[in-house]
Structures are given as C-alpha cells and as structure tokens.
Write a protein that binds this ligand. Structure first.
Ligand code: FES
Ligand SMILES: [Fe+2]
Length: 385
C-alpha cells in the first residue's frame, strides 16, 4: 500500500528553466508561469530573494515617535518595526521567546515596551526580556534555568536609507550603504534625508508581487492605462537607466497641473533638474519616484504567490506636513498617485490571470520598452539559480 503525501502544500517546487530569460534582450523571454503561481516555488523565492539579502521592510516614518510599533508580515515572516526610547529604528522577529506567540498584532503608539498576550512576558523597546511573571510558580517571577539575558527578542539586521528601513534576514549581506552606493551617487543632487513623510496609502492587488513590479518598470503602457499621467509625464520623454540594485525609468519633462499652493522645490535643484522624474525599483521590492517637489516609495509586500500589498509613502520638504496651506496640495499629490497605482491594478491582475494559460511561454520582451523589467527578471533568475 502506498501512502499519499500528508500535506500537498509541502510538495517540492517544480523545476524552473530560467535559460530563456538569461538570453540578451531581443532574444529573451519573460519568466515562466510557475514563478508567478506555484506556492512551493513562492516559498523558496521568499527565502532566496526577499530574505536572502537586503530588502525593504517599510518607512521609518511609520513609527515616528519612541514606543511606536508596527507588525509587518514580511514574505510570511512576522517582524515588528519599532522606534526605541532613544529614537533609533529597530526590527525584531515578532515572536515571544517563551512559547512562540506572535507578540504584536496591531500597530500601536508610544508604548513603554512589548507585552506578550499569552503569559505576559514583557520586553523593553531594545529587546531585553524584562519580566516573566509567575514563571517559577505563583508569586515567583524567576525560574531555575531561565536566563533572561539570553532570551531577549531576536533582532533582525536593519539599516536606513532615505527613511526606508531595509532588512537583511540572513545577516550576511554587504553593508547597506555600500549596497546602495550606485543609486546614492546617481541621486547625489537630491537631499532625500532632508524630506519628511507627509502621507501614505495601501493598495492590495490580486497578483504576484513581481508582475506588479515589472509593470512599474515599463512605461510602454502609459498612454493606454494612464492617459492623464501620460499628459504630464509623456512616454516620448521617457528613458531607462540602471544604478544597480536600482533599475527603472525616468522622464525629462514631468509637469503635472500646477497647484494653487505648490510644494517647495527639493533643496538644491535648478529648473531643468526639477522637471526630471525618476522611477527605479530598488531590487527586490522597493519602488521609488523622485520629482522636483516630492518623493515617494512604494514597498511591495508579497502575500502568497498571487497577492500583494503596495504601501506608498509620500515625502515632501520638511515642514510641509504641518503647514495647513499645503494640506490640499499634499492631498492632490497623493490622489494623483493613487489614481496611477489604481489604474495599474486591472492590467496587473490580467497578467496574473494569463499565467493560468499553459500556452503562455513567458512572452516577449522588447529592446525598446523592457530593459528594466528584463534586468529585474534576470536578477530573480540569478538569486534562484
Ligand atoms: S508565549 Fe509569550 S509569554 Fe508565553
Ligand atoms: Fe502604470
């Protein structure tokens, strides 16, 4: 008698042939269907891509004050982002060292520490295990063999760049600053650290995170999917660039309808520089957009093989958030980007639906429109090799 596998979800990932995407642009095909649909492949991809080097967890502006906490599902791994008592950003595994209960369920503000909902062990904002009530029996808060110093929260290696929090779960990637140096050099004229987060929003998409990202990486669809955006960021003024791990598109004539009270221009930009917009993906999961008077980042969180959430963080010159006269301009700017990212959802979900077709072979990548998406796909193939 043969036994069926107990858990079909633990089936090994299907063999994936990445050779077609490795060809030079013009001869290359896109990634095969299974990398957008298969649960076992997805688990491996999370381990090797999202958790296998620097990736973006969120924005430091999500936890502005000491004691602010935010739980984040990071490709299936529960983490907590917080600001400690000294104002530093820390990331921990969101799991109690006692019996492994998830510690933080919802975002919270100005907490003195973290208390487990199960047996009320408590931790300081720097991760130290502080209290273990009744652990040695009623009224006895110590127990033989329990070393509090060795049972603090498990930290995750993290770093900040332009207010974005990057994590390296494996802990062995090169320093973050060196990793992002090519983009920092390209964008030396922007004082991103001098900006502040003024707004944010989250969208959910029923599609693989890579399809959403590949869509962000090409401008070909602008006139069809985003007629309004194409009016002030025209396709014929777009170009592609690479500053790896960043790759993406830019535009030389970004000119949205003028606001009644414009946002202040980013420090140090002259008029031609202020008319440029650039839109790279920082591999693997951060999309950036810089314009003359604002900046955004979208952190893409995979939620299984066929769903993602996109969290946009909008930045403007320091002080803009508290200037009541700029509130309508900030709202308009956010609404313009919301429209763009909402317009993308239908086409991205249509690409996901198309991945159910056994007749589809990865599709065509054109020399003109797809250098950035091809580079992204090649990086996926490299990590998965
Ligand atoms: S699981 Fe957290 S205190 Fe027991
Ligand atoms: Fe788009």
């Amino acid at each position: 008698m043969s036994l069926a596998p107990l858990d079909p979800l633990s089936a090994p990932p299907p063999p994936i042939d990445f050779s077609a995407v490795r060809r030079p642009l013009g001869a290359a095909r896109g990634l095969p269907n299974a990398v957008y649909t298969d649960p076992a492949y997805h688990r491996l991809e999370m381990a090797q891509v999202l958790h296998g080097g620097w990736a973006c967890l969120g924005s430091a502006g999500e936890v502005p004050a000491p004691g602010d906490l935010k739980p984040i599902d990071f490709g299936g791994v529960p983490l907590v982002l917080l600001r400690d008592g000294e104002g530093g950003i820390r990331v921990f595994h969101n799991v109690c060292r006692h019996r492994g209960a998830r510690l933080v369920r919802e975002a919270a503000c100005r907490r003195p520490g973290l208390v487990c909902p199960y047996h009320a062990w408590s931790y300081a904002l720097d991760g130290r295990l502080l209290k273990t009530p009744h652990v040695g029996g009623p009224g006895r808060h110590e127990a033989e063999g329990l070393d509090r110093a060795a049972n603090g929260l498990l930290p995750v290696r993290s770093g900040l760049w332009a207010d974005f929090v990057f994590v390296d779960l494996g802990g062995t990637a090169p320093p973050l600053e060196a990793h992002l140096a090519p983009l920092a050099r390209r964008w030396a004229r922007y004082d991103l650290a001098g900006l502040e987060r003024v707004a944010g929003m989250t969208l959910t998409v029923q599609a693989n995170w890579k399809l959403a990202t590949e869509n962000f990486l090409e401008s070909y669809h602008l006139p069809i999917v985003h007629p309004a955006l194409n009016g002030y960021s025209p396709l014929d003024e777009h170009y592609y660039f690479e500053a790896w791990p960043a790759v993406g598109a830019g535009v030389t004539g970004y000119a949205p309808p003028p606001a009644a009270r414009p946002l202040p221009r980013l420090a140090g930009l002259d008029e031609p520089a202020a008319a440029v917009g650039e839109y790279p993906v920082v591999f693997p999961n951060l999309w950036l957009g810089v314009q003359g008077d604002h900046f955004f980042g979208v952190v893409v969180h995979p939620e299984g093989p066929t769903a993602s959430r996109e969290t946009l963080h909008l930045y403007a010159a320091a002080g803009a958030a508290v200037d009541p006269e700029l509130a309508p301009t900030i709202a308009e700017t956010l609404a313009r980007w919301r429209q763009v990212f909402e317009e993308d959802i239908g086409p991205v979900e249509a690409m996901q639906a198309g991945r159910a077709s056994p007749a589809f072979d990865g599709g065509l990548l054109t020399r003109f429109h797809d250098p950035a998406s091809h580079r992204f796909m090649q990086a996926i193939a490299e990590r998965m090799a």
